[in-house]
Unconditional design. Sequence first.
Length: 370
Amino acid sequence: MTLPGQLNPTPRILLGPGPSNAHPRVIRAMATPLIGHLDPEFIGIMEDVKSMLQQVFRTKNALTFPVSATGSAGMEAILTNLLEPGDEALICVNGVFGNRMADIVERLGAKLHRVDAPWGKWIEPEQVKEALGKCKPKAVAIVHAETSTGVLQPLEEIGKLAHDAGALFLVDTVTSLGGTDVRVDDWGIDAVYSGTQKCLSAPPGLAPVSFSDRAVEAIRARKTKVQSWYLDTTMLINYWSGEKRAYHHTAPISSIYSLYEALRIVLEEGLESRFERHQKNHELLKAGLEDLGFEFLVPEGYRLPMLNAVKLPQGFDDAGMRKTLLDRYNIEVGAGLGEFAGKVWRIGLMGYGSNENHVNALISALRQVL
Ligand SMILES: *Cc1c(COP(=O)(O)O)cnc(C)c1O
């Protein structure tokens, strides 16, 4: 066979639901020479990653670290650590990622209760209250930024209802973290997970997680071992903290370098200014898209600034237009998922990718081809 050509993919503007374009500094950080995963200098880097993650999550939780796999592993990590077979869980579902949580709950042998809202809508606290009147779950879980629909889910009231019912409050912040406010401690979130390839602007590969003291107590009180060996925090903690660091699995060194630099960039910019930037570019994109005849799927007030779900105009060639944008303009946008396939586009402006140039590039490309 002939040797395949040197790896050289065409540079793209990534305006889909993730991965977003990584910050150039993050890409450079990944080329940093490897050191050992138990090297004292690497332990120092891990400590800095943990404390920067605490700042970005706005939490004091000691058990805060990145799981060595993508966002879905973060989802699996919090559910598998907190649920034993036979436990009950209430999962809020208004899109793909709520559904994925429900699937995991069943696979864990826990009893699943669901609160559903139509795609493109949010979960009302009333719905959760009613459901909690009929079951006694150990955990209530919900998605903060539903990337499949573009809905921003208000969390505080639902968190209070969960706590009043004696349940832990679990939240997916894969798309929201680093792009809109996430307040783990103020909002009473007991376990949270995220991902690196959305608003943190690092490549995919790590899932930051954080567990409150209440969640840690719940893990300690388990009667059975955590179902997943790889995701068992009671073992991972011996690598991620304490005096004597014990080998569990070989940490993905280069990914941790990338997260280190990505978090530095987030904190350098400042959380508030970063959220304002996302909002400003969302508004700029909105004006351009509405001008071209696209309508937003989600009502104002519940729209994600980093993931714009828009209905396609009548007769619009979904797949053909996405192909033209990619082939001719090197711009990737996201297709609709599930019931929105062929009807909706999902346009991401995430992290480093949320900037005026990207908005202008997309709007002028669309102007030309329409
Ligand atoms: C992307 C995403 C995930 C899954 O993350 P992967 O990195 O693809 O495993 C989970 N939840 C939400 C809300 C997401 O947007």
